[in-house]
Design a protein around this ligand. Structure first.
Ligand code: GMT
Length: 379
């Protein structure tokens, strides 16, 4: 197939899924074009993948960028040159608008449009009356819609009044890149926490520090865990709530036990060193970062929200009532002290390998794309 995939270049989950999907399908021999507004965050192992970086700088005439228009124009150009049959956009805004415009511009036999929803495009933008009507139109007129969890399928159906099918295709993980540590690298940890006790528990969090991640809760949890255990925490990523979270760590007197690493491309080597992965999100459609932790053999704790219960079962972690930092700290203390954690770590890895390898997810995107092409022929 000749496929265009549109996604953000940022480290967020939807951009990672778009880029890994594009690379995976290119490696299977499809002609794949990734259209994005910056260099993809992760290294993509697929020499045949064509990446088209669309200029999203402010336009001198407008004084601001019009990303939707710039992407739409590039989709039209690539579709004309390469004969794209499918355009699969990841995250509804503005990508679904760009794909819709491009399809209209491409005349009587345009590429089929598949919209992959990822989370806040439904739960936040879809819930916002300023955006809902237009998004609902774009999603309902697409040839197919995908979501990463049953939770988001239900939300999307109700928010956008989708009558057709919604395909649940869970996030997937490269289990070679995200694999368990052979042993704890105490030297690595001591570069971050000089003098750290060799057996001190290690907690890790990865996010974009948006308000929806409730990152202040992370340091509240750590402060409570540290009343019982000499735990340390590493926070990977960057975003609007980082400064407030750092300030709260100082107020709580635990700044020496927390390190903020910012955005790093070598995520796996950090995550695999942890004893627990902590998510404090108010909502998650899936939580790719938690899946990457499971693949590293790291159990996950978090609030019972959104699609997290579909991923984090009792065998591989603990979910507690939202938004109790006491309960989350209690779960962390219980697991860190439990001899059963090693078995949980093994099951975490086994779950990622058995259910979330890239292969089955790529199969499902492939068969969905084939299905919409066949439906088109039948029209
Ligand atoms: O979590 C974020 O804020 C980033 C966001 C995105 O759009 O890139 O992630 C969303 O998509 C991921 C890939 O499908 C999911 O794993 C995340 O759970 C989802 N985030 C939310 O629902 C908040």
């Amino acid at each position: 197939m000749r496929i265009g995939i549109v996604g953000f270049p940022t480290p967020g989950g939807s951009g990672v899924v778009a880029a890994e999907l594009a690379a995976g399908l290119a490696a299977r021999g499809h002609a794949v074009h990734l259209l994005t507004t910056g260099t993809p965050h992760r290294e993509l192992r697929a020499p045949s993948l064509r990446v088209h970086v669309v200029d999203a700088a402010p336009h001198p005439v407008l004084g601001h960028p019009d990303v939707a228009l710039a992407l739409a124009s590039r989709i039209v150009d690539v579709a004309r040159q390469e004969g794209l049959e499918i355009v699969n956009v990841h995250y509804a805004a503005p990508h679904a608008l760009s794909a819709f415009l491009a399809a209209r511009a491409l005349g009587p036999s345009p590429p089929r449009v598949v919209v992959s929803l990822h989370g806040t495009d439904v739960t936040r933008l879809g819930a916002d009356p300023s955006y809902r009507s237009a998004l609902s139109f774009l999603i309902c007129t697409a040839d197919a819609v995908t979501v990463p969890s049953q939770f988001l399928a239900d939300q999307a159906r109700s928010v956008f009044e989708i009558e057709g099918s919604v395909d649940v295709i869970p996030n997937f993980v490269d289990v070679e890149r995200f694999r368990p540590a052979e042993k704890r690298d105490i030297e690595f940890w001591r570069t971050l926490f000089p003098g750290m006790e060799p057996e001190a528990p290690l907690l890790v969090h990865v996010s974009n520090f948006r308000p929806i991640k409730r990152t202040l809760d992370l340091v509240e949890v750590l402060a409570r865990v540290r009343r019982r255990l000499p735990a340390r925490m590493i926070l990977v990523g960057d975003g609007p709530e980082r400064k407030r979270t750092e300030a709260r760590a100082w107020e709580l007197g635990i700044a020496d036990a927390v390190r903020f690493l910012g955005t790093t491309s070598d995520l796996a080597s950090i995550v695999r060193q942890a004893d627990l992965f902590v998510v404090t999100s108010e909502s998650e459609s899936f939580c790719l970062a938690a899946l990457e932790a499971l693949a590293c053999g790291v159990p996950v704790i978090g609030y019972r929200v959104g699609g997290l219960p579909e991923l984090v079962t009792e065998e591989v972690g603990r979910l507690v009532p939202p938004f109790s930092v006491e309960a989350l700290a209690g779960a962390a203390i219980e697991l860190l002290q439990s001899p059963a954690r090693a078995e949980m770590a093994r099951k975490a890895r086994a779950r990622a390998e058995a259910q979330y390898r890239p292969g089955p997810a790529l199969d499902r995107y492939e068969s969905l794309f084939r299905r919409v092409l066949v439906e088109q022929e039948g029209r």
